[in-house]
Design a protein around this ligand. Structure first.
Ligand SMILES: CC(C)(COP(=O)(O)OP(=O)(O)OC[C@H]1O[C@@H](n2cnc3c(N)ncnc32)[C@H](O)[C@@H]1OP(=O)(O)O)[C@@H](O)C(=O)NCCC(=O)NCCS
Length: 167
């Protein structure tokens, strides 16, 4: 098989349809009821901090970042992170995570939160948010509510509800 190189680039508006198909496949129609989806509802993600993975012309992965206030601290919600099942375990998820976190840090962001599996996200610096510190607009398993500080001490300053920033 010919190996086409992996390209990671900022998301473009034209990627939306293919990304929605990835989300549908990974999370199913029930995805809109999930707390992380509900949190992001109605708030646009930031295209310049969201990244798309391509193999040739095929869109094989995506990660998005949405600005929020997290207990009084400006933060980003990371997600969904999705890789086409046919392309899993080739480092595409890691490449998307590394690129998105680097871009967020370079843009001066201090805190990134997400809902996901700690055994996967720990390698990128994510840890469980201490229980009771931040509240999401829906139920979440506290072991899956994670944060990574891009600026040391950012999480310590956060206390209270997480809400999207509506423009
Ligand atoms: C999770 C996901 C993004 C990983 O993408 P990927 O490109 O396969 O990941 P990578 O190739 O960078 O990393 C693969 C490694 O992560 C591990 N891994 C994958 N999912 C994991 C999970 N949920 N928990 C723990 N480890 C996990 C793999 O076992 C593999 O381990 P290894 O490096 O020791 O072999 C992808 O599987 C996916 O899209 N899943 C469905 C959607 C989803 O659950 N998204 C995350 C929640 S928003």
């Amino acid at each position: 098989m010919t190996q086409l190189p992996l390209v990671i680039r900022p998301e473009l508006p034209a990627d939306a349809e293919a990304i929605d198909r990835l989300h549908e496949r990974a999370f199913g129609p029930g995805r809109f009821a999930r707390t992380a989806f509900r949190l992001r509802e109605g708030a646009p993600h930031l295209l310049h901090l969201s990244f798309t993975a391509l193999v040739g012309t095929l869109l094989v992965g995506s990660v998005r970042m949405t600005p929020v206030m997290a207990g009084g601290v400006p933060a980003l919600v990371l997600g969904p992170l999705t890789v086409d099942p046919a392309f899993e375990n080739r480092g595409i998820g890691s490449a998307l995570m590394t690129r998105a976190l680097e871009a967020a840090r370079a843009a001066g962001h201090q805190l990134v939160i997400l809902v996901g599996d700690e055994p996967y996200y720990a390698r990128f610096g994510f840890k469980a948010v201490p229980e009771g510190k931040l509240t999401l607009p829906g139920p979440v398993d506290p072991r899956r509510f994670l944060a990574a500080e891009l600026v040391p001490g950012a999480l310590a300053r956060a206390q209270g509800p997480v809400s999207v920033i509506r423009s």
